[in-house]
Structure formats: C-alpha cells, structure tokens
Write a protein that binds this ligand. Structure first.
Ligand code: FES
Length: 320
C-alpha cells in the first residue's frame, strides 16, 4: 500500500554532494520556483521516491532560506531501498515528492543546551546548534562517529563554532564519555540526542542514573524500539469528523482500519517514529506504542500515532 501523503508536493533535485564516507547531501527546490514551506530547527520531511519508497530526513540548512531544502542521506548497508536509491540512482534534475516539514524534536527555550549526535544523527543538530548560537545560549555539541572520514560537516562545525564542538571519532578517542558529559544535571539545560539506537539507549540510561529530569532529555530516533505490550485486541473507533464508526480487528492497525473505511490519514514510516499519522484523540484511553510522544503528552491523552498505537479499552473517538 502506498503511504498516504495528504500534503506532499513536487521538488527537483538541484545538487548532490558527497559530504563524508557514505553520506551524500541532496538539495531540493520547488519545481515552480516558489518558496518552500517554513520550518523550525529539528524538523524533518518525508522524501517520496519514484520507486514508491518514503523515508524521513532532517532538514539541515538555515530555516531562513526557503529557496531550497537540503537533506543528508547515509548509505545503509542493509538498506530497505531508500538510501540505496538516493546514492545509486538519484541525479540532479530529477523530480521527487516531499511532504511538508514536521517537527517532534523542536528546540525549546533554555539557558543551556547539550547536543549529542552520533553518525548521521548529526543532521537535526546542525540547525539546532545554529539556532542555539543565534540565541546566545550556552551550548556544546558532542559529535561521535566511527572515524573522522565518516563524520559529515565536522570541518564546517569546527570552523564556525570552535571549541563548542567536540569531535569523538571512536577509532581515535573511543566512545563518547557520557558519564562525564551528563555529570551535572540542571533544570536550566536541555539535552538533545540523535543517533543510532545504542547511543540513544546509553544517553537515556546515563541521564536517568545521574538524575536528569526525563523531560529535559530529548531524543530523535531513526528506527522504532521494541515495546512490550499486551496482545492486540479488537476495538471500535468513531471517526467523529467523518461520521463513521469502524471496527478495528485484532492484528489490524488502527491506521489500516481507517484507510479501509476511506478515512484519509497521512502516514509514512508506519512504525511510530515519524509523526505523520498523529491524530487528535477526543475520547478514550490509548495504549501508546510510538517513539515520539513524551511521557507528559501520553498522560494528557490528546494525541496518538495511529500506525502503531491502539485503544486501551473497547472504544476510541478520533478527530478524523
Ligand atoms: S506513520 Fe510515522 S508515526 Fe505513524
């Protein structure tokens, strides 16, 4: 099934640049020459490739320049097709579709920031570091990678920000010293981390052990975590705006049930990491299985990711 994009539009690839070992950046402009939609640091877009594959990539240039977007793509060894297509087949002049920017990793106000990036996880942190610097905040970026050659934008970061940026190529320096970097929990500081799952889990574990408030340590993941949950049960969902009630079967996702009933909901990753399918909850308790909503947002119960999350009880009412 093709992912449903309720607001994607056509762009043209204007530049491809090799940024580091296995990382290519792609510049995209609107076909009609109009400005692209506004975005904020930390945002990502869906890239809808001609082979029917949709992937999410962070926007890396300045939000002040809406004449183009730039994304960076790591060639994955076990690519499911997206990164391979970009590296092998995508060429300047080719048209693709992208979705409007979404942001579940936004830079909230704080006096200090600690950015921790691993590998291609540096991409959302580029615009965030730029914004933190423009705000005159006290910030540091700790950037880990396999080797210097694999670390995109390391020279630009060091040239622009000097010692605020610390590089940790693991072949020369070992792993990021998280105990040291997170040794002083402070409610004046927000930590933003993006990178491979092992890094995210290590930061989460270290921050919890050292005493950081959960809401002060923010993550963006590329892949879903494994959630322990009760077996799926059937339930009923009322799509209030559509005036339809749909029976969701055991083993069927809420998203698929809504689409089966002809109710339009955006979707992309279908695994609870991109936020495309976020839907407002009017009534009913949700069993959240996504990797986006914070503990506070889950407790508020006002939104859910319908691609993975389900009803906790027998019925939900959604604003669709
Ligand atoms: S489609 Fe990506 S979170 Fe649901």
């Amino acid at each position: 099934m093709r992912d449903v994009q309720l607001s994607d539009f056509e762009v043209v690839t204007t530049q491809l640049t090799l940024e580091a070992d296995g990382i290519v950046s792609v510049r995209l402009e609107r076909v009609d020459g109009q400005p692209l939609p506004a975005w904020q640091p930390g945002a990502h877009v869906d890239l809808v490739l001609p082979v029917g594959i949709t992937r999410q990539y962070s926007l890396i240039d300045s939000p002040a320049d809406l004449s183009s977007y730039r994304i960076a793509v790591l060639q994955q060894r076990n690519s499911r097709g997206g990164s391979e297509y970009v590296h092998v087949f995508l060429r300047p002049g080719q048209r693709v579709r992208i979705g409007a920017p979404r942001n579940h990793f936004s830079l909230d106000p704080a006096d200090e920031y600690r950015f921790i990036g691993g590998g291609i996880g540096i991409t959302p942190l580029l615009s965030m570091a730029r914004a933190a610097d423009a705000r005159d905040a006290d910030w540091r970026l700790h950037y880990g990678g396999r080797s210097l050659r694999s670390m995109a934008y390391r020279r630009e970061l060091r040239a622009a920000y000097g010692d605020r940026v610390e590089l940790w190529p693991s072949d020369l320096r070992g792993r990021l010293p998280l105990d040291e970097l997170l040794s002083a929990p402070s409610r004046r500081t927000l930590v933003y981390c993006c990178g491979p799952e092992q890094l995210i889990e290590a930061v989460r574990e270290t921050a919890a052990r050292v005493g950081w408030a959960q809401e002060d340590v923010r993550f963006e993941r590329f892949a879903p975590t494994v959630h322990e949950h009760a077996p799926d049960r059937a339930f009923e969902v009322e799509a209030r705006r559509s005036g339809t009630t749909v029976a969701i079967e055991q083993g069927e996702s809420l998203l698929d049930g809504l689409l089966r009933a002809g109710i339009g909901v955006s979707s992309s990753c279908r695994s609870g990491v991109c936020g495309a399918c976020e839907t407002r909850v009017i009534e009913g308790a949700v069993e959240h299985r996504d990797d986006i909503l914070s503990a506070a947002q889950r407790a508020a119960g006002e939104a859910m990711m319908v691609c993975v999350s389900r009803a906790r009880g027998d019925r939900l009412v959604l604003d669709v």
